[in-house]
Write a protein of this length. Structure first.
Length: 328
């Protein structure tokens, strides 16, 4: 459903959000399933600013915060159980539709206003306020703009959170969505004096033993299809069980799929209890968000995801037939 708000310009929506923040007392913040650095970093930065403004804030993520992001200040305050009570505003980050955040309906019903902040072009504009900027490298970049508009001074801790959002969503300033403005914002964040080298170290040079072993499993499952244009990675429930690994240990494994020369798209299947989590990556114009959306997921052209019904083999067959047709 397309909300008429879509026609409102972004600055008006920013202003409406500022007014809402000023006039509200209690906030509920949520991000998408399988949360990433952008979702978590943006959530923590907003929560911190709201708290400094004297507001009550509850943070929610249905799936756990990935291990490599738990160093972020206040990451442990993010709960996986929907809070009780009413909220003046519910702010959803990076959710193309509310279902991307999990079972949010009960709490959204108890929220006076719903705010949708996103940079995914698949956004369904379901909020009372919609700040959707598909040209932004990350949601953290949009959040920085919000703070800037509000004349909010960003603390070192908040800067570390926003930087994490930007650096992870841009693949360390590598993906095409990285713009001069992205680098300018990163530069302003660095000016706060937070230890960005330490943050980079924790994000990119630290991995648990289980995570490394699981990466090994993912890499040894690598197959090439469609004449070398499609890379497929598959992780079975037994892989996790044998290694004592958890789903969040798979973060980034899919990116290795794009490495062999000639690969245009990569897909990773991860077997869950009764469902299969599917993540997609692509190069160039190949639109993965459309594929993910067809299965109730969402994302960007070059990075998307969804969860579909198992068993693994049936899910794999279904998705691979769509992808091989797309790549034919
Ligand atoms: Mn993002």
């Amino acid at each position: 459903m397309i909300n008429p708000m879509r026609t409102l310009d972004l600055e008006t929506e920013f202003k409406r959000l500022e007014d809402l923040i000023v006039n509200s007392e209690s906030f509920f913040l949520a991000g998408h399933l399988n949360p990433d650095g952008d979702t978590i970093g943006s959530m923590l930065a907003i929560a911190s600013v709201l708290k400094r403004l004297g507001k009550k804030v509850r943070m929610f993520s249905q799936d756990p915060v990935p291990e490599n992001l738990r160093f972020l200040p206040q990451a442990r305050s993010i709960r996986s159980r929907v809070p009780a009570g009413k909220f003046d505003a519910a702010i959803l980050l990076e959710c193309s539709n509310p279902a991307r955040g999990g079972n949010l309906e009960p709490v959204l019903k108890r929220a006076a206003k719903v705010v949708n902040i996103d940079h995914h072009k698949t956004s369904e504009f379901y909020g009372d306020i919609n700040i959707v900027e598909p040209h932004s490298s990350s949601t953290a970049e949009i959040v920085y703009r919000l703070f800037y508009n509000m004349n909010v001074h960003v603390t070192k801790r908040e800067a570390a959170c926003l930087y994490t959002g930007i650096v992870t969503d841009t693949g360390r300033f590598h993906f095409p969505a990285t713009s001069p403005r992205t680098l300018e914002i990163a530069s302003r964040l660095l000016e706060t004096g937070f230890k960005f080298s330490r943050v980079n170290d924790l994000l990119y040079a630290t991995k648990s033993f289980e995570g490394l072993k699981l990466l090994g499993r993912a890499l040894s499952s690598l197959e090439l299809k469609s004449g070398g244009k499609l890379a497929v990675l598959t992780l079975k429930a037994s892989d996790f069980k044998e290694l004592g690994a958890r789903p969040e240990h798979t973060e980034n494994a899919i990116n290795f799929g794009l490495m062999p020369p000639g690969v245009k798209a990569a897909v990773m299947f991860r077997e869950e209890e009764d469902r299969v989590s599917v993540t997609f990556r692509s190069r160039g114009h190949l639109d993965m968000s459309a594929v993910a959306k067809a299965y109730g997921g969402g994302g960007h052209r070059n990075a998307a995801g969804c969860r579909i019904k198992g068993p693994l083999e049936a899910a794999r067959e279904k998705v691979l037939s769509v992808l091989t047709r797309l790549l034919a």
